[in-house]
Design a protein. Structure first.
Length: 150
């Protein structure tokens, strides 16, 4: 993926934000038609971008709707104890509880803790939910870790 960009803008509390994100990885196995513009995988309202700034360039991971979320919901339904749930990284708990970065009513420029995000990836990687050749192990984890440790 070379020189592919996504222009992103939003208004939060009257303040305009504009970003030009260079896409370094896309996780969009499911082709979806955007309900807003009608294009395939355009980065519509249900897609998620994790981005960071490196050397004055904003680099991003693009997750299609549901592509990454399926790995975050394991612990909501698998009947773990309350103490086990409390020990999970906030990134996972926020997704399952619809708060923090995954709250639709908050600033879409939500900042996530990079160490907590990495810990979430490690929890998913080491979970009993994944099979030996799961896409998370073969694609998501190595590509996201490469992004994190730039």
């Amino acid at each position: 993926m070379q020189n592919e960009y996504f222009s992103y803008s939003c208004t939060v509390n009257g303040q305009q934000f504009k970003h030009k994100l260079k896409i370094v990885e896309r996780f969009i196995d499911q082709i979806t038609i955007c309900p807003v513009c009608g294009a395939e995988n355009c980065g519509g309202p249900d897609d998620k971008y994790v981005w960071a700034e490196f050397d004055n360039e904003k680099l991003a991971l693009h997750f299609g709707d549901g592509e990454f979320e399926r790995y975050l919901s394991f612990w909501h339904y698998e009947g773990i104890t309350e103490d086990e749930y409390k020990s999970l990284p906030n990134f996972i708990k926020d997704f399952n509880e619809g708060k923090g970065w995954d709250n639709d009513d908050i600033d879409p420029n939500s900042i996530i803790d990079p160490l907590d995000f990495k810990n979430s990836l490690d929890v998913i990687k080491n979970s009993k939910q994944l099979k030996e050749n799961d896409e998370f192990l073969t694609s998501f984890y190595p590509k996201i870790m490469k992004f994190i440790i730039r």
